[in-house]
Design a protein around this ligand. Structure first.
Ligand code: SF4
Length: 237
């Protein structure tokens, strides 16, 4: 384990230990240090474009594609746990598989990404003899019995950009107790493309897509300040 990962894992263990002992105040103090380290260790930089991970709300995709100012909410423990889990999973995968696994794979520079202005990063890509064989998207939190529609769209867009023959969607509960994998079904590709083309038409015409976010997505959306200004109360959605 590298120094940064060692430090993160150790800080995270401190948080869990304090929580297990019922020391909420101490856990929060450890959490603040842990959270800062997680953010420091992230290389992610937002790039304008259509972001597949925002497909649960076409309005959010529209704002990102138009480079509207983002005002991300302050980090929430759930987001930090999710990010820490992603980092750890990627680290383990990389250590085990070496060059056969790449993580945080940008899609902007792919042929499809360039043509349609898709931006962002898929979580992982497994390679065999240098060729992509399986894409991976990790979702932490609720483990559903079937994949969420927005996640199917997200996978479809990554698949179109990165072109592995298979793409896996791996749901993991935040405590790591439950997990379930779904593979992207090729028959969903036409619906994904048609959703993308509808969005592109709205971006071209300047027609603001409907506000489709759920209570959860609106709460963490960097554009909620705009929706709230327009009179939509995100808390009630
Ligand atoms: S606040 Fe909600 S409705 Fe508005 S853009 Fe964000 S996710 Fe969509």
């Amino acid at each position: 384990m590298g120094k940064d990962s060692d430090q993160l894992a150790s800080l995270f263990r401190d948080v869990v230990e304090q929580l297990s002992a019922g020391n909420r105040i101490a856990a929060e103090a450890y959490w603040n240090v842990f959270g800062q380290e997680v953010f420091k260790s992230s290389n992610y930089k937002f790039r304008p474009g259509i972001h597949p991970h925002e497909f649960s709300c076409l309005r959010a995709c529209y704002y990102s594609a138009k480079s509207i100012e983002r005002r991300p909410p302050s980090p929430d423990p759930r987001m930090l746990v999710g990010r820490a889990l992603h980092n750890e999973i990627n680290f383990i995968m990389k250590s085990a598989l070496g060059d056969s696994y790449i993580h945080d794979v940008p899609v902007d520079d792919t042929e499809f990404g360039r043509e349609y202005g898709i931006a962002g990063e898929a979580d992982g890509l497994f390679l065999h003899e240098g060729k992509p064989v399986l894409g991976l998207e990790i979702k932490t939190g609720t483990v559903p019995t079937s994949p969420f529609q927005a996640h199917i769209y997200q996978l479809g867009l990554y698949q179109l950009c990165l072109k592995p023959p298979f793409f896996a969607l791996w749901y993991i509960s935040r405590d790591g107790d439950k997990s379930k994998v779904f593979f992207f079904q090729q028959e969903h590709l036409s619906a994904v493309k048609s959703g993308l083309f509808d969005l592109l038409a709205m971006i071209d015409s300047g027609e603001l897509p409907p506000a489709e976010g759920s209570w959860f997505t609106c709460r963490y959306c960097p554009y909620s300040y705009l929706c709230l200004k327009e009179g939509m109360d995100a808390k009630d959605r």
